[in-house]
Design a protein around this ligand. Structure first.
Ligand code: HEM
Length: 441
């Protein structure tokens, strides 16, 4: 007899618990293995006045924890939750969510330990990649084999936002497959757990510009009209932006960085136009329960995307010491992606984790302001420091790192206090409450 409940309310509550576990885990990776190690790295680089003095294994441990440990964990958690919105709840979704959570968390943790300590890394590195791949495969098959209800299959073609999310999921899977192959090759041939620079440079395009950017564009196409009041996105232009981005990733994989960065810059500009980010809003933004700065920072994140793209082009032509690539990368990861997650995340995640309310709107606003100040200091000083060895720029960098760490800590604290606060359970546990949750997505 099947002991799993088929009660949609119980399944939804189960999925809320799963997403809460993913959120807490993502926050943990963001703060310690991710940002704290990033700050440590930047302070060391600044004290030596050179990027080359720091172990690439530590830099890669930081990058992996941020991209896969933080962003990846959030994306998988939201993916599981949105199953309940795809027509027909699956009674087994929550248990699958827990299985992939356990495998995923173990995989990302082992990768970080292997990179930082080098303990048994020839074994740990491939195992960690396998655990991540297995976790993602469970997620991937659960989502892709999910049957939409007859009604929705008949009537609705796949919407543009969904196409972007599907492309992001495929890019995510590809990044993990490459990671698996890479770790096996390293275990057999390398002397340290470090991806060689030529390969890392190519891989970072897939890991940074690949699945995270596609996921943000996809969810933005769905949510920005609702939350910021923007007009509906221009579907064809958005598809064109996606094609240019994919072409850029292919060019980067082949080592044509000038072509790749030009394509990514074109893709970013097209996405901004297609999502109508800088057009006057059609309706007032929905800021109830969140900071009133939310719509401003949603637009600001796209300014960062354009800066990241422009710096990428500049880097591909002129970078000599990693400073322009670094500035472009962090304009993308901190300016665009982190600002987006600080904004949209605090808007939707409390609802996904049991219809909670955000603990503090003010803390949300402060985190966004401090993050953007830190990112500005970082991007502005990294190029003159790394490329021109300008003394004053080297002294700004540690300050920028601590500012970013402060922002991340405030964000983490606000989310943790939100999850610790009691949800208005009466509303959630009644069957009639499901449509309310659906509106949050
Ligand atoms: C919040 C404060 C952060 C600090 C202080 C920081 C610091 C650093 C430093 C020092 C490097 C070495 C290369 C360079 O100097 O540019 C680096 C690389 C990197 N960071 Fe960050 N970072 C931060 C946030 C983030 C975030 C939020 C992400 C992603 C979501 C991220 C992703 C990466 C990636 C992918 C790399 C390249 C790793 C590699 O070379 O394989 N960083 N970071």
């Amino acid at each position: 007899m099947n002991m799993r409940t088929s009660d949609p309310v119980q399944t939804e509550i189960g999925l809320q618990r799963v997403v809460a576990a993913y959120v807490v885990t993502g926050l943990a990776f963001l703060i310690l293995p991710g940002t704290f190690l990033g700050v440590w790295n930047l302070v060391s680089i600044s004290s030596q006045h050179a990027l080359g003095t720091l172990s690439p294994a530590w830099i890669q441990a930081h990058g992996h924890a941020q991209i896969f440990g933080w962003l990846g964990t959030f994306i998988i958690g939201i993916g599981y939750y949105s199953l309940s919105k795809m027509g027909g709840l699956m009674p087994f979704a929550a248990s699958r969510g827990w299985t992939s959570w356990a495998l995923w968390t173990a995989g990302v943790t082992l990768r970080w330990i292997a990179n930082v300590t080098e303990f048994d890394w020839r074994l740990l590195l491939p195992i960690s990649a396998f655990l991540q791949l297995a976790a993602f495969a469970i997620f991937f098959f659960t989502v892709s084999r999910h049957k939409r209800s007859k009604e929705s299959t008949k009537r609705k073609p796949i919407e543009v936002w969904m196409k972007l999310v599907i492309a992001s999921t495929v890019a995510f899977l590809l990044a993990l497959v490459v990671n698996q192959v890479e770790t096996i090759v390293l275990a057999v041939t390398a002397t340290h757990p470090e991806i060689p620079h030529w390969l890392d440079q190519r891989y970072l395009f897939l890991a940074g510009w690949g699945f995270p950017v596609l996921a943000v564009w996809g969810f933005n196409a769905r949510w920005l009209p609702v939350f910021v009041g923007l007009s509906a996105p221009h579907g064809r232009k958005l598809m064109l932006a996606m094609s240019a981005l994919v072409a850029g990733l292919v060019a980067a994989a082949a080592g044509y960085f000038e072509v790749a960065t030009l394509l990514l810059a074109g893709a970013s500009a097209l996405a901004v136009v297609a999502l109508r980010v800088f057009r006057r809003a059609e309706r007032p933004a929905k800021t109830l329960g969140v900071s009133s700065l939310f719509p401003f920072f949603m637009r600001m994140s796209y300014v960062w995307l354009l800066i990241a793209a422009a710096l990428g082009v500049y880097a591909s032509f002129a970078d000599a010491h990693g400073g322009i690539w670094g500035a472009s990368r962090h304009a993308l990861t901190v300016g665009f992606l982190a600002t987006m997650v600080f904004g949209i995340g605090q808007r939707v995640l409390p609802a996904f984790c049991g219809m909670r309310l955000l603990f503090s709107k003010r803390l949300m606003g402060i985190a966004l302001v401090v993050l953007n100040v830190g990112c500005l200091l970082r991007v502005v000083s990294e190029i003159p420091a790394y490329e021109a060895n300008l003394h004053v720029a080297w002294s700004v960098l540690p300050f920028s790192a601590v500012t970013e760490l402060t922002a991340v800590t405030i964000f983490g604290l606000n989310m943790a206090l939100t999850l610790l606060s009691a949800p208005p359970t009466a509303a959630v546990r009644k069957p009639g409450s499901l449509p309310i949750l659906s509106q949050a997505v």
